[in-house]
Write a protein of this length. Structure first.
Length: 116
């Protein structure tokens, strides 16, 4: 069973920063798209950022100027740096790794709370 190992959530004050990581096993290395989504209570799952196998990046409109996604292909790990966090950024953040027509896996989620 494939497991994605997420880390990086927690409690942060408004204006603070968090760095997330999501490690995928070597068995699914290569040619995968790596994404971060989030889901706040009572809301649907929302794309935060996505990075393709060749490094093409897409950001969600609500976080576009405040986050950076990157990947380490050798370690099969995706990172997300979020800055200037706001209360509305509070959600469970999920890692998603997929290869079209081959597989798709979700992480267990990591909670982010933004509060003073």
């Amino acid at each position: 069973q494939v497991q994605l190992v997420e880390s990086g959530g927690g409690l942060v004050q408004p204006g603070g920063s968090l760095r997330f990581s999501c490690a995928a096993p070597g068995s699914i290395r290569g040619l995968n798209t790596m994404c971060w989504y989030r889901q706040a209570p009572g809301k649907g799952r929302e794309l935060v950022a996505r990075i393709s196998p060749d490094g093409i990046i897409t950001y969600g409109a609500s976080v576009k100027d405040r986050c950076t996604i990157s990947r380490d292909n050798a370690e099969n790990t995706v990172f997300l740096q979020m800055n200037s966090l706001r209360p509305e950024d509070a959600a469970v953040y999920y890692c998603d790794v997929w290869r079209r027509g081959v597989y798709g896996y979700w992480g267990q989620g990591t909670q982010v709370t933004v509060s003073s």
